[in-house]
Design a protein around this ligand. Structure first.
Ligand SMILES: [Zn+2]
Length: 240
């Protein structure tokens, strides 16, 4: 349902920073815009015919927001109609994205708009009928990080962003809810204090019969696609 511009972890330059998108008519929804994402968007003409861009920001690690200011200023100055604000940034206010964009020279109301959300659970509607809300995640102590629940055309999509654990209620949703799929940060690296979720842990949490509802993403360099697929999981691919 979602497509991916990049599907790698912070240092997996080959696959690019993890970033998903969904297009509807002349609008695009983008989740995060890490350091090497603007270049991939431009090189693959992803904005052709696009007049409005919604960016959902999960947290402010550079591999999630590193080229967001480039995208904002590019769309204002060089994409489509000159000097028209085409981007809305949606994020919980306490991710701090607003301050980062300001320091990057992006002016709210001029270059872009912001929908700063109070916190977990608040539902926003965008595109024709897409609903989403953010919820707090377990990732790193120093940054507020959020997962996203999206409802697109009757299907519920849970998108972990970066996380090192998933809770019991998500596992139950994967097991028992129809039209429910989960995109989960999964890495090969497996050590105490890991800020991402290892394939070993995910395998312990999700029973084999439900693994076809899970898509592994944010893949590190040691991740072996065939290993995850042999266990019954899906693995995302970059698609433009
Ligand atoms: Zn992160």
């Amino acid at each position: 349902m979602l497509k991916f511009i990049g599907s790698g972890s912070a240092f997996n330059t080959k696959l690019g920073n993890n970033s998903a998108y969904y297009k509807e008519g002349n609008q695009i929804l983008l989740i995060d815009c890490g350091s090497n994402i603007f270049q991939r968007i431009k090189e693959n003409n992803l904005l052709e015919g696009i007049e409005q861009i919604h960016v959902l920001v999960t947290h402010t690690h550079a591999d999630h927001v590193g080229s967001l200011a480039d995208l904002i200023l590019y769309t204002y100055y060089s994409h489509g109609e000159f000097a028209k604000n085409k981007i809305i940034i949606h994020s919980p206010f306490d991710t701090g994205i607003s301050e980062i964009l300001k320091l990057n020279g992006c002016v709210v109301g001029v270059h872009h708009s912001e929908n700063l959300i109070g916190g977990s659970g608040q539902v926003t509607k965008i595109l024709k009928s897409t609903l989403f809300n953010f919820d707090r995640n377990s990732h790193v102590e120093e940054l507020n990080t959020y997962n996203i629940t999206l409802n697109i055309k009757g299907r519920t999509i849970w998108y972990s962003s970066d996380c090192n654990e998933i809770n019991k209620s998500l596992v139950e949703d994967i097991n028992f809810r129809n039209n429910f799929i989960a995109y989960i940060d999964t890495c090969k690296a497996d050590y105490n204090g890991n800020v991402h979720l290892s394939l070993r842990k995910l395998t312990q949490l999700i029973k084999p019969e439900y693994r076809n509802k899970v898509w592994c993403m944010h893949l590190d360099e040691g991740f072996v696609r065939e290993e995850a697929e042999a266990l019954g999981f899906n693995v995302v691919k970059n698609e433009y």
